[in-house]
Design a protein around this ligand. Structure first.
Ligand code: HAS
Length: 542
């Protein structure tokens, strides 16, 4: 990656890792509070801390890392950005950062204690919503860089199939733009006028629905960059080839189609949405599981064919042939393994009857700590371990490599305790998003306490792992020996079939995406306006 593009990428990464430090500390304090053995000092509110934790980790860290990584991947495979593209990238970065600072200041002032899901009826200060708007606009510019580079590549390489990872970044950027229209609508048309006092009340159902129209594709916006690494980078690291280019592209297209019209699976327990539309969106949710199953199949195929090419015998002999001493592989691999129970938990969540058992319990928190906070995050860490030295002209030394493996293992141990305890306590009915309470001595609440202590143990181990991660990152950015670190990009296996041209026919895919969204949301929205209950004046959590 060209040095000038590298600087833009690193600027994104600095914000991402500062967020990791702040969010990680907030997370540690939370598990300690929930264990019942710690009280927050200096008048800090539990929900204020929870908002900070969710916003900086789930929204800021992810968005900045993804924007940076996608720019690096496209620059590496489709050519250095033009100066105009780079300018757009920097403008997006600056706008996003101003927005992030505004939102963060409001949270720190306790004027925006609305949790990372920020829908009504909780109300924040208008500056928080202005900050969010800037973050969205900035991220559109970041996405525009990817789309402009892709368009340029297509012009210069007429009728050729684009580089796989560029294609994947394009899918993720289109999905992001379509999804953020929903959150931009609720922020600009509902939350901002309401917080400014221009209107007195807000339609809560519409606000929540627009949020989840965005909120579910948001989780795939996090996941797809991890899949980019699993499909394209991991094969190269282990010395194998990409199992199938068409399969990888098709799975990404399926994510584009089915990520968005499924937001109701977060609202199954909500009134105001007809059961038949919930049913339709649950069916669509089950369709969006398919590309993940295809990914699992493709990964197993890559690992197994590589192992066999190295002489592995028996059903699982290939397992031993994988490069267990290479952090670039091991850290994301732990993420892949975590995604098996994480994904299974998602399927449980999506099943209407089982959702009634787990909804709003801490089971859901356990689910997303396996998916985004392990599968995705460990893959981002694994990427950072080679991408940061690649961009800063340094190398990943043996010592740092071994430390990185320790970091991944610590994460696995900490998360097993924390997320495992969250899943178990959730099944016993422990609510999510609540501070420590004995609930007036209720016997059921007493059963949750040992699990909350286990969460604190796990959370503390995770915090140690974060410190280790930050130490390695600082070393790789500023102190590691100068040298050349490879940016691995896999080649397609000879046995793979030729990629059909239709996979890059955007008119078809964007057209179907829009039709599916209109189908899944038009009538429910008409209903929501038609039968709207009186609007809410809102609540403040401080
Ligand atoms: Fe989810 C709630 C359903 C995936 C994140 N989810 C959440 C929330 C977050 C989140 C943040 O239907 C909470 C939102 C809030 O604050 O309220 N989720 C699903 C389903 C999937 C799913 C069906 N979620 C994710 C991913 C996330 C994420 C990915 C982040 C990145 N989720 C739900 C539902 C709720 C929900 C409901 C609402 C619950 C409620 O009531 O509030 C699917 O996409 C999952 C499919 C995944 C698989 C796994 C495939 C496995 C692979 C790994 C292969 C491993 C290998 C390694 C090859 C089918 C690809 C080799 C291993 C060896 C052992 C050798």
């Amino acid at each position: 990656v060209d040095r000038r593009d590298g600087k833009l990428v690193m600027a994104h990464f600095y914000v991402a890792f500062i967020s990791l430090a702040i969010g990680g500390l907030a997370g540690l304090l939370q598990v300690l509070v929930r264990s019942g053995m710690f009280v927050l000092p200096a008048g800090i509110g539990y929900y204020q801390l929870l908002t900070l934790h969710g916003v900086v980790l789930a929204l800021v860290l992810t968005t900045y890392f993804i924007m940076g990584f996608q720019i690096a991947a496209v620059s590496r495979t489709s050519g250095t950005l033009t100066s105009k593209q780079r300018k757009i990238g920097w403008t997006g970065f600056v706008i996003m950062t101003i927005g992030t600072i505004l939102a963060a200041v409001m949270i720190l002032l306790n004027e925006a204690t609305v949790l990372y899901t920020f829908y009504a009826p909780l109300q924040a200060h208008s500056i928080f919503y202005i900050g969010l708007t800037l973050v969205i606009v900035g991220s559109w510019l970041g996405s525009a860089v990817i789309l402009l580079k892709y368009r340029q590549w297509r012009k210069e390489n007429h009728k050729q199939t684009s580089p796989l990872i560029t294609f994947m970044a394009v899918v993720n950027s289109i999905m992001w733009i379509v999804a953020t229209i929903g959150v931009a609508a609720t922020v600009l048309l509902q939350l901002l006028p309401w917080s400014l006092g221009l209107v007195e009340t807000i339609n809560v159902g519409v606000s929540r629905t627009l949020f989840w129209y965005f909120g579910h594709p948001l989780v795939y916006f996090w996941l797809l960059p991890a899949y980019m690494a699993w499909y394209v980078i991991i094969p190269k690291i282990i010395g194998a080839k990409i199992f199938s280019d068409s399969l990888a592209r098709f799975s990404f297209i399926l994510f584009l189609l089915f990520s968005i019209p499924v937001g109701f699976h977060h609202q199954l327990m909500e009134p105001g949405i007809d059961a038949s539309w919930k049913f339709i969106q649950v069916v669509l949710t089950f369709l969006v599981i398919i590309p993940s199953l295809m990914t699992a199949f493709s990964l197993f195929a890559t690992f197994e064919s590589y192992g066999r090419s190295k002489g592995a015998k028996g059903l699982f002999g290939w397992f031993k042939k994988l490069p267990w001493k290479d952090a670039r592989f091991v850290v994301p691999f732990i993420g892949m393994v975590a995604f098996i129970p994480g994904g299974a938990g998602g399927i449980i969540n999506a099943s209407n009857q089982m959702n009634q058992v787990v909804h709003n319990t801490i089971w859901v928190t356990g689910h997303f700590h396996l998916t985004v906070a392990t599968a995705v995050l460990l893959t981002f860490f694994g990427i950072s371990y080679w991408l940061i030295p690649h961009l800063t002209g340094r190398t990943l030394t043996k010592a740092m490599n071994n430390l990185a493996i320790t970091q991944g293992i610590l994460w696995a141990v900490g998360m097993t305790f924390m997320s495992g305890a969250m899943h178990a306590a959730g099944l016993l009915g422990a609510p999510r998003r609540s501070s420590f309470s004995e609930y007036g001595g209720a016997s059921i609440a007493a059963e949750w306490i040992p699990y909350q202590v286990a969460q604190a143990v796990g959370g503390s181990i995770l915090f140690l792992s974060i410190i280790l991660m930050l130490y390695i990152i600082i070393n790789l950015a500023f102190f590691a020996p100068k040298g050349e670190q490879d940016f691995p990009i896999g080649e397609i296996a000879e046995t793979a079939e030729k990629t059909p041209k239709i996979l890059e026919n955007w008119k078809i895919w964007i057209g179907i995406t829009v039709l599916l969204i209109l189908f899944a949301y038009t009538i429910p929205f008409i209903d929501m306006f038609h039968h709207a209950p009186p609007g809410s004046k809102g609540y403040k959590l401080w």
